[in-house]
Design a protein around this ligand. Sequence first.
Ligand code: NDP
Ligand code: 2IT
Length: 449
Amino acid sequence: MSDILEKIKQKDPEQTEFHQAIQEVFETIKPVLDRNPEYGQASIMERITEPERTIIFRVPWMDDSGVVHVNRGFRVEMNSAIGPYKGGLRFHPSVNLSILKFLGFEQVFKNALTTLPIGGGKGGSDFDPKGKSDTEVMRFCQSFMSELYRHIGPNTDIPAGDIGVGAREIGYLFGMYKKLSNEFAGVLTGKSLSWGGSLIRPEATGYGCVYFAAEMLATQNDSLEGKKCLVSGSGNVAQYTIEKILHLGGKAVTVSDSSGYIYDETGIDADKLAFVMQLKNDRRGRIKEYADKYPEAVYTATDEAMTYNPLWNHRADCAFPSATQNEINETDAANLIENGVRLVAEGANMPSTSEAVTLFLDNNLLFAPGKAANAGGVAVSGLEMSQNSMRINWPRDEVDNRLKGIMKSIHTSCINASEQYGKPGNYVAGANIAGFVKVVDAMLDQGIV
Ligand code: NDP
Ligand code: 2IT
C-alpha cells in the first residue's frame, strides 16, 4: 500500500492533510488485507482514495459597501457506496482541496460507522465569515448555492454545517436552494426546527462525543463523575461537549478560540456556558471576554507560531479537542500525558497529529479518533433525513436515545473490530477497520464504478 500512497503524494504533493488521513487508515487496515486478500483487489485502495467527483467553482459576492469579492467554492463527493454523499460545508480562509479531501475521506468511514445508509462528502469555501454582516453572509451563501444546487439533492448529496457554517448559514443556503429548485426538500441538515430540522441536531456532535467517552470509561468501571476536562474551541461542538460533561458530573475548565484560551479552575457551570453561547452564537465575540466577565478565569493569548498550546498543559483527567485539525502536536500530547490525562475524545476532525496519536496509543490512553467520537453529528443528520422523508418530527427524547444507541453501537463496533484483528483497546484500528470493511463490501458488490 505504500506504493499507492507514494503515487497519491506524487500526484498532489501539497495535499499533506489528505496524505496524513490516508496514511493512518492504510497503516491500521493492513491486517484486514492480509486476512482477506479480496479486499485488496479491483484497485479498491486506489478507488477509495480518489473522490468520485470534485466540484470547484467561482463564488462572487458583493460586500455592504458595493465592493465585489471572489471566493472559491468546493464540493468533494468522496464515496457513495453505502448511500448518498453526506458531510458538512466549512467556511474558513484555510479551506483548500487538501483539507476537504481529508475531511471527505474521514467522513466516508465515519458515516459507515453510524449504522445509517450515508456515503461521504465534504465541501465549503475559503470565505471568512468573521467580521462579515448578516447581509454579506446571506449574499455569499446565495452565490455559493447558485452553483452548488445543481450538484446536490436529497437522494444525491446532502450537505450540512461544519466550521463557520451554523444555523444562520444553513438557513440562507436552504432558502436559495428552495428558490432555484422550486422544491421544499431535505437537501441540507442542521435546519431550524420550524422548517424541517431535527431536535438534538445542534447538540449531537458534542453530546455524542461525551457519550462515547462515557462508554470508554465504562469499560474500566469508571465514569465522568468528578473528572476534570480540557475542552478546546468554543463553537458548536465545544459548547455541547461542555454541556454534556456538566450533565454527567464532570468539570470543564477550558474553552478557546483561534486567538486564545480561558482557564477557569472553578469550572464552566451552566451560567458561564450560557454566557459563552450568547457570546459566540449571538454576538460573535471573542472568548477573551469570558475573563472580563468572570475574573476568576485566566485568559492566555495563543497563535499558530507557538510550538505547543498551553491549553493542553494543565492537570486534568480527560481532553476533548473540539476546534480544528492538528491542534494537538507531539509536545501537546506529551504534556497531556504528563498532566495525568487518561482519555482523549476527538470532537474535532483529526485534531491530533500522527505523532500525537502514536504517543497516546503507546501510553495506553483511552483514545477515541474523530471518526468514531464525533460521528454523533452526522448520525443525527441521518436521523433528520429520515424524519424529512417520512414528513414527521421525533420528540427530543427519541432522537437523544437513538443518538446514545448509535454511539454505543459505534463503540461496540470499534471494540469488536480491534479485537478481531489483534489490536484490543486500539480505537483507531477499530474505527478504521469497521468502517473500511462496510464500505469495501458495498464497493465490491457494486462492481468497478
Ligand atoms: P464552529 O465554527 O462552531 O467552531 C469552531 C471553533 O474552533 C471556534 O472556536 C474557532 O475559533 C475554533 N477554530 C477554528 N479554526 C481554528 C484554527 N485554525 N485555529 C484555532 N481555532 C480554530 O465549528 P464546529 O464546532 O462545528 O467544528 C469544530 C470541529 O468539529 C471541526 O473540526 C469540525 O470539522 C468538527 N466537527 C463538527 C461537526 C458539527 O456537527 N458541527 C461534526 C463533527 C465534527 P474562531 O472562532 O476564532 O475561528
Ligand atoms: O464532520 C462532520 O461529521 C460534520 N461536520 C457533520 C456532517 C453532517 O452531515 O452532519
